[in-house]
Design a binder for this molecule. Sequence first.
Ligand SMILES: Cc1cc2nc3c(=O)[nH]c(=O)nc-3n(C[C@H](O)[C@H](O)[C@H](O)COP(=O)(O)OP(=O)(O)OC[C@H]3O[C@@H](n4cnc5c(N)ncnc54)[C@H](O)[C@@H]3O)c2cc1C
Length: 327
Amino acid sequence: MRTHLRQIVLEYTLPRPLFMKTPIWIKKNILLKKYNTFGLETKAKYFVKISSKDKLIKTLQWAKENSLPFFILGNGSNILFLNKEFPGIIIKIENNRIKKINQNKIVVGAGMMLKDLLKKFIKENWTGLEWVSGIPGTVGGAVFCNAGGFGYDIGGLVKKVITIDPKTYQEKIYSLKDCKFKYRDSIFKKKKEIIWEVELLIKKGKKEGIIEKAQEYWDYKAKRNLFKYPSAGSVFKNVFAKEVLNKYKKGATIKGGKISVGWFIDQCNLKGKKIGGAMISPYHANVIININKAKGKNILDLIKICKEKVYQKFKIKLKEEIIVIHY
Ligand SMILES: Cc1cc2nc3c(=O)[nH]c(=O)nc-3n(C[C@H](O)[C@H](O)[C@H](O)COP(=O)(O)OP(=O)(O)OC[C@H]3O[C@@H](n4cnc5c(N)ncnc54)[C@H](O)[C@@H]3O)c2cc1C
């Protein structure tokens, strides 16, 4: 009885943690299955879709005041959720405005889907973006990862990137040089800033040629059954190392000075390998697919096996292209 009373007194006298009222635009306990292309059945404690800078800042302030971690989401096509629940707030960027500055430049909201931007390019006869055909990401996600393919990448079109700093809530401007774009890499992987708008270069082309190229790139992916099962595209980065190139150039698939990493995984007979509901795609060894309610851990275990086997056979250390969320 005494202990019980003591507990009650303590509960009322100890300072309570400051927990500000949740703004109405923030949702609680949201399933993330449709927000990650692996289709993993994970949950977010809090979730919000943001298309205005004002709401973004208020949300970041609320997260900070409540000591909640935040994660910036584009279209969830390059991420792997490991756990059942993300304990903080997922902020899905949805500003998708587009503004023409002059004959050579446009400014695009980071939440714009690449496929919608490609449609705009086709409508306006602008060339240079055909290679995004079949990439299910946003402009912000593409800039963060420096997405690319067929010898092109988004860094090749960027003029400027505008971010919001979550510490100061101020805008920052990155010139192309500041972005430090490299193969599937940019400065934004090191900064925890929110990519808000991107200035891109545009160039006039011929409509038929643009459509033809975009179709060709789409068909290339479709032939490898990339759209058939839930996945996050390529799991590992391709291999650049010169000594590896020289050693394996006869057998391996070489594109743009890189050995396709799928070749090494395939040589370890891992195509079709399953763990739980996840499988190394039988069509493309650098892709892991969700065939039956896979868990993040199943995918991670397949990643570990690929790394181990490729290292044992070739002494090559594979590096992930997808972003693993360890919460
Ligand atoms: C079928 C398929 C095909 C694919 N083909 C390709 C391909 O050919 N080439 C290629 O490069 N990739 C490919 N991918 C992978 C993926 O689509 C790209 O990397 C894409 O650019 C990721 O964008 P996203 O909006 O989905 O980012 P998300 O997966 O949502 O996020 C990826 C990372 O970017 C960060 N991020 C996203 N938006 C912002 C923002 N506004 N500000 C700050 N950080 C942000 C996230 O925090 C996360 O760390 C493919 C994926 C699939 C499923």
